[in-house]
Design a protein around this ligand. Structure first.
Ligand code: GRF
Length: 231
């Protein structure tokens, strides 16, 4: 049976789209039961509707505390029967109320190589710092922001002084590969966590290049664990 999941968004939803595409082409076996946004204007909601995925908008501004907001999200999501949550550009800090409802089943994509540049402006902070390499991280979510155990990371080249949009675009391309891959591992029950360490069961090295280095159009990235076929 496909793992029933919800995807939480706040904006454009290109990572959501990457998940939908992999579900539709048969690479990723999950059932996206709901897309929930805390912003009514999030373009990702349109993407979901186009693919007949139920949506829900809950504005955090309508609640007097983070806990109340999270409690309502849990209520709505539990009604759909979802068992796991993918945070794909969801710009809210979640509380133990939410964490406790889906223990060990919440993952997040962050546009930097954690633990560097946690927080809302990962790409801009890395660009301003002048890094030569940045990237993205998919991790389990815990009570601290951008902190939980790391599932997969991808490193991409940065050019000091370039526009942050250029770096962000490069990172996003790779986000669209590692988030569906990590979601697949979660859905297959192949991830186990011991403290800070995530172990991937039955790792198969079958990326197109046969190595951890991937050519991504005009740049090379290092992805670990390596992507499997289809990603
Ligand atoms: C991505 O960069 C993601 O890593 C970050 O927010 C952005 C969301 O982009 N958390 P999109 O809405 O998926 O296009």
């Amino acid at each position: 049976m496909s793992l029933p999941i919800a995807v939480l968004i706040s904006g454009g939803g290109s990572n959501l789209q990457a998940l939908i595409d992999k579900v539709e082409d048969g690479t990723l076996d999950v059932d996206i039961r709901m897309v929930l946004s805390n912003r009514a204007s999030a373009h990702g909601l349109e993407r979901a509707k186009k693919h007949s995925i139920p949506t829900c908008t809950l504005s955090h501004k309508d609640f007097s505390s983070r806990e109340e907001f999270d409690g309502e999200m849990v209520r709505v999501l539990k009604e759909t029967g979802v068992e796991a949550i993918v945070l794909a550009g969801f710009m809210r800090i979640i509380t133990p109320v939410f964490l406790g409802a889906f223990p060990g089943k919440i993952i997040n994509i962050h546009p930097a190589l954690l633990p560097s540049f946690a927080g809302a402006g990962g790409q801009a902070d890395a660009a301003e710092y002048g890094v030569q390499i940045s990237g993205c991280t998919v991790h389990f979510v815990d009570e601290k922001m951008d902190h939980g155990a790391i599932i997969i990371q991808a490193a991409v080249p940065a050019t000091p002084g370039e526009e942050v949009q250029e770096l962000a675009k490069r990172i996003l391309q790779v986000e669209h590969r590692i988030l569906p891959q990590a979601t697949k591992w979660l859905a297959e029950g192949r991830l186990s966590v011991e403290g800070r360490f995530v172990k991937l069961a039955a790792a198969k090295v079958v990326s197109s290049s046969g190595s951890r280095f991937e050519a991504n159009n005009d740049f090379i990235c290092l992805i670990n664990p390596p992507l499997e076929e289809g990603f």
